[in-house]
Design a protein around this ligand. Sequence first.
Ligand code: PEP
Ligand code: MN
Length: 362
Amino acid sequence: MQTSEQATNETVQQAWGKRPLIISGPCSAETEEQLVATAQRLAATGRVDMLRAGIWKPRTKPGMFEGVGAKGLPWLQQAKKLTGLPTTVEVATGKQVQDALTFDVDVLWIGARTTVNPFSVQEVADALRGTNVPVMIKNPINPDLELWAGAVERIARAGVKQIGLIHRGFSSYGNTEFRNAPMWHLAIEMKLKYPHLVFINDPSHICGRRDILLDTMQKAIDLDYDGLMIESHIDPDNAWSDAKQQVTPERLAEMLDTIIWRKEDISSEEYHAALEKLRQQINQLDDELMQILSQRMKIAEQIGTYKKENNITILQTNRWNEIIERATAKGDKIGLSKEFITKYFDAVHMESINHQKKVLDS
Ligand code: PEP
Ligand code: MN
């Protein structure tokens, strides 16, 4: 007993340390046959390091399939026995942690709907105290990095040494291309904050559909993620949950073959990954700049209203000279040239005048 447990531990450690770390399996364990067959077909591809399956499924609405519950845990044990793949399941309560560990689940993960709730995360953390199981934490459904970081801290304080982050995208209202908007810049910020945690992308829940999975997987690899968690099923169309996004084990292997793997030791590949990261940051800052400019124009419109009420001209040369002087002096201190500042503020001023003119003409 002791030796087989140790052997399992070693397999888990090997899997956890592997790059890229590929985790796959059904959204939900449905029957023992389905789970074991999925595991065997995944193992046969030779491309997968860990078997995932949802046992307890937090669903948006009641009446949907909520997972088979603890009776599925022996199925995972059986799948591991037959394939040698370490297993991982989602846990949301202290009892689920205990049940999963009783049935030798090797790695646990906290789902997006649990990460949002500090009480639940704390309950899971308390149940983990004294164990040495690796834990992966999905991003919360809302784009709140502090909440995600808070969950990491709660789990770390419980003494968990091996922590992973799973980026599964963020809920957004209305239809977008993605089921959950990836908001890559937020994930990158999290990765920069916790560079030593295993950083995994979950393209299945980001995409919610098969046709854009591969692009998202490639993007994650380009952005230097440590691994991927992808849902797979022996009969995706008839899956009991998340049917649209699951792929067969063979299709998964095909996609993994298609991906261009960015190697760490080829400097030009490293260069592209780094470049992409920086470009994401630039995009983010540009978005923020535009938001701020839009706010500035709204204030200019308010000034326009006062000017209209008091019958004052839009252009006030003194005020404008004061703005330029202030900006060029400040720009000089922070490395922005006088030429750039003047051009930039001229453009901003023109736009501001146009906004005010609209108010005066209304
Ligand atoms: C899942 O992995 O099947 C799942 C429920 O994911 P999430 O917590 O990201 O919604
Ligand atoms: Mn799912």
